[in-house]
Structures are given as structure tokens and as C-alpha cells.
Design a protein around this ligand. Structure first.
Ligand SMILES: Nc1ncnc2c1ncn2[C@@H]1O[C@H](COP(=O)(O)OP(=O)(O)OP(=O)(O)O)[C@@H](O)[C@H]1O
Ligand SMILES: [Mg+2]
Length: 250
């Protein structure tokens, strides 16, 4: 088995001194898309912020290519190979596409990789990002995370407000990123689109993991996903083993 590019062990994360994430363990393999699902407020963004260093990791270990990073400053985690496409991140609207990419460039990263992935941006290098369509703007945002050649990319709900067709186009690219050997960690509100491109899935509920397993197991099973998101009697042995549903806890 390939060694994980990102490994979390018993990670707990606080937000504004309030415990949000408890005891999360998961791996992200290079060349694969690892999907994180969960209802609004489940703690997905807080978990990503903990990994990137923007929220406080109270306990547990986070390793990037084997190196512990949980105590590093965010910029050092980025330099160590962690890219982060934050939820609701936008472009610098008055800068051109190329300038948007250049300001994020560090190390030996090549803009040509981004232009190859997104020919749409190649054609619009000198256009101010504010004039781009919503989908193209997300391509710039994703491109900005890629120009520093990360080993791991965390992507938090980049589909917000985009048409399903555009989201499909972005999902194809996310598959291509994995094809380049990057470990992609994907949070996505369109669960079934993410489960199509992903390998392993983890579902969060109230800050804890209630499912970890192959994406294929959840694909198209909206009823099971709903129960995992919101609780209710378990449908399968695997769900039961993941712990009692919220409604059954004392
Ligand atoms: N800045 C903050 N200060 C205090 N509590 C916060 C803060 N941000 C988030 N929370 C709380 O932490 C919990 C998890 O929120 P988080 O944003 O991580 O969830 P999420 O799964 O990303 O939700 P969404 O799908 O809406 O993006 C929620 O109860 C939320 O109210
Ligand atoms: Mg979120």
C-alpha cells in the first residue's frame, strides 16, 4: 500500500476556544481523491482549518509525508507541500488571471501546469479576473493553490453557486490532479459528484467521523447518506460499528 501523503491521528480542533472536531483519524493517499462529507455545521471547514493551521489543533498528530506539521505555522505547512482552497475564497478581481497566479507562486512552480489543466485560463491570461465567469474564477482559485506544486491539496466546497455542468467540469480536473500524483482532500456539497471522483470517503457528524470507507459504498445511496448526515437508526453493520446515531446517544 502507498504511504499516505497526509495522515491524521486522533485529531481534535477547537474554534474560538470551543471544541468542534473530536478524535478524527484519516489518511489521504497520493494519486487519490479523499472525500469529506457532512451536513452544514458538521465541522468540515474546521477540520481543514486545523490541518492548514488556521484553527487550533488541541490534540492528535498530523503528518505530511511523514513529517509532523500540527505545530507548524500555516505558511510553513504551505511550504512543506500543503495547498488549501478555502471555502468561499475568491480571486483578486482587479488583477489579471496571470497576476493572480503569480502572487501565489512560490518555489519552482510552473504556471504552464495550470494553463494545461485549464485552457480556458490560458486564453484569458491578460483579462482581469473580475470579468471571468464563476466557474473560471474557481479555476483561478484552484490554480493559485497549484502553482506552488503541493503534495496535498485541501479543497473546501468550490462548487458553491456554480451550475452542475460547471461543477462536473471542475470534478474532472480534480481527478486529473490526483492523476498527477497529488493527494486531494475534497469537501463537496454535491455528494454524489464527489463520490464519483473519489476513492475513500469520510462522513463527519457533529465533529466526529461516523463513516470511513470506499466511496463506492455510498455512491447513489442517498438514504444512507442522509442517515449518516443527520442520524437515525443504522442501516448497515458498518454504520452501527461506526457508533450510535446522534438520536440514540444518551
Ligand atoms: N469562527 C467561529 N467561531 C465559533 N464557532 C464557529 C466558527 N466557525 C464555525 N463555528 C462552529 O463550528 C461548527 C462547525 O462549523 P464548520 O464551518 O466547520 O462546519 P462545516 O461542516 O464546514 O459547515 P458548512 O457545510 O456550512 O460549510 C459549527 O457549529 C459552527 O457554528
Ligand atoms: Mg464549511
Amino acid at each position: 500500500m502507498t504511504a499516505p501523503a497526509l495522515a491524521l491521528e486522533g485529531v481534535s480542533v477547537d474554534r474560538a476556544e470551543v471544541p468542534v472536531i473530536h478524535d478524527v483519524s484519516l489518511d489521504a493517499a497520493p494519486g487519490a481523491v479523499t472525500v469529506i462529507l457532512g451536513a452544514n455545521g458538521a465541522g468540515k471547514t474546521t477540520l481543514m482549518d486545523g490541518i492548514a493551521g488556521l484553527a487550533k489543533v488541541k490534540s492528535g498528530a498530523i503528518r505530511l509525508d511523514g513529517t509532523p506539521i500540527e505545530k507548524m505555522a500555516p505558511y510553513r505547512r504551505a511550504r512543506a507541500g500543503l495547498g488549501y482552497v478555502e471555502q468561499a475564497r475568491t480571486t483578486f478581481r482587479t488583477l489579471t488571471v496571470e497576476q493572480n497566479l503569480l502572487v501565489s507562486q512560490s518555489g519552482g512552480g510552473e504556471l504552464s501546469t495550470v494553463y494545461k489543466l485549464f485552457p480556458e485560463l490560458d486564453k484569458r491570461r491578460n483579462l482581469q479576473a473580475g470579468y471571468l465567469s464563476g466557474g473560471e474564477q474557481q479555476m483561478v482559485v484552484l490554480g493559485r493553490a497549484l502553482v506552488s506544486e503541493p503534495k496535498v491539496v485541501l479543497i473546501d466546497e468550490m462548487s458553491l453557486g456554480l451550475a452542475p455542468m460547471v461543477v462536473r467540469r471542475l470534478m474532472t480536473t480534480i481527478g486529473e490532479l490526483a492523476g498527477m500524483g497529488i493527494a486531494v482532500v475534497l469537501i463537496e456539497q454535491f455528494a454524489n459528484l464527489a463520490l464519483e471522483v473519489g476513492t475513500q470517503a469520510h462522513v463527519l457528524r457533529k465533529g466526529g467521523v461516523v463513516f470511513s470507507g470506499p466511496c463506492a459504498e455510498l455512491r447513489g445511496d442517498d438514504e444512507r447518506l442522509h442517515r449518516l448526515y443527520f442520524g437515525g437508526p443504522p442501516l448497515t453493520t458498518a454504520d452501527r460499528d461506526a457508533g450510535p446515531a446522534e438520536s440514540e446517544r444518551p
